[in-house]
Write a protein that binds this ligand. Structure first.
Ligand code: AKG
Length: 225
C-alpha cells in the first residue's frame, strides 16, 4: 500500500518549521532547531510498540569500519521504508525493508504531527546500558541539505547528548518513553549527537529515526502490465 502522509504540499517548501501545536507541546533541547515532545505516544501505545517491534523486526548487528578499524556495532539495527528507498551511512547502502505494520502506522502519525513526509526509518535497539551510539550527525548526502529528522523513543530512558561542531560543551537531555524529538535546519550541520553508554541498570530501548532519503532506486518500482 503506498505511503501517503497527506503532506505533499509541504515538502515543496525548502525551509521547515514545526506546526505551532507541536511547538506548544514541547521544548527545545537547548539547541536551535530542535523540539522535544514528552509523552507524544501514550504509555500503553509505547509499551505495545516496544514489544511488537522487538519481536517482529529483522535485527542486524552490523560490522562497521570506524577510523579504518572493523568493529561490531554496540547495538542492533533494522530499517524499513518505501519501496526502493535506500540510505547509505558508514559506506554501506541499506535498501529499505517493507514497512512492518506498527512502524508504518507510526510513520503516518509522526508525519502528520510533524508536517513532513518521511520515506525511511532507521530503528536502533539498545539492549542494555552497554549499547550506545557514538558522536555523529545525520548529514549524509542521501538526506539532502538541512534534513528534517523525527525520532520516537520507547523503553528505557536514556541520555541524549548534543555538542557544537565548532567546539564547546555538550548538552544532555533524557529521552523518555513515548517521546518525540524533531531536529531540522542546521542542527546536523552545526551539531553532533550521541547516545552514550550508562552504568545504570537500564532495560531495552528502541529509537525510530524517521528520515527522507533522496536515494530511490528506480528499478525497484512495481512493474506495469
Ligand atoms: O537512539 C537515539 O535516540 C539516537 C538515534 C540517532 O542518533 C540516529 O539514528 O541517528
Amino acid at each position: 500500500m503506498p505511503f501517503d502522509s497527506g503532506c505533499d504540499a509541504i515538502i515543496t517548501i525548502m525551509t521547515y518549521s514545526p506546526p505551532t501545536g507541536l511547538v506548544r507541546a514541547g521544548r527545545d533541547l537547548g539547541v536551535a532547531e530542535t523540539l522535544y515532545v514528552p509523552g507524544f505516544l501514550s504509555p500503553g501505545r509505547a509499551d505495545a510498540l516496544l514489544d511488537d517491534v522487538i519481536d517482529a523486526a529483522n535485527w542486524q548487528q552490523e560490522r562497521l569500519t570506524m577510523f579504518g578499524r572493523q568493529m561490531v556495532a554496540p547495538r542492533l539495527t533494522a530499517w524499513y521504508g518505501e519501496p526502493g528507498a535506500t540510505y547509505r551511512y558508514s559506506g554501506i547502502a541499506r535498501p529499505a525493508g517493507a514497512w512492518l505494520p506498527p512502524i508504518r502506522e507510526l510513520a503516518l502519525e509522526v508525519a502528520k504531527a510533524v508536517a513532513w513526509r518521511f520515506n525511511y526509518v532507521l530503528v536502533n535497539r539498545y539492549r542494555d546500558g552497554n549499547d550506545m551510539l557514538g558522536w555523529h550527525a545525520d548529514d549524509e548526502a542521501d538526506l539532502g541539505e538541512a534534513p528534517v529528522l523525527a525520532a520516537i523513543s520507547v523503553g528505557a530512558e536514556r541520555v541524549f547528548r548534543m555538542r557544537p561542531r565548532r567546539g564547546g560543551a555538550s548538552s544532555a537531555s533524557v529521552l523518555g518513553h513515548g517521546s518525540l524529538l524533531v531536529m531540522w535546519g542546521n542542527s546536523q550541520r552545526d551539531y553532533k549527537h550521541s547516545l552514550p553508554r550508562t552504568r545504570q541498570p537500564v532495560g531495552e530501548r528502541l529509537s525510530f529515526t524517521f528520515r527522507r532519503t533522496r536515494q530511490v532506486v528506480e528499478d525497484a518500482q512495481p512493474e506495469r502490465a
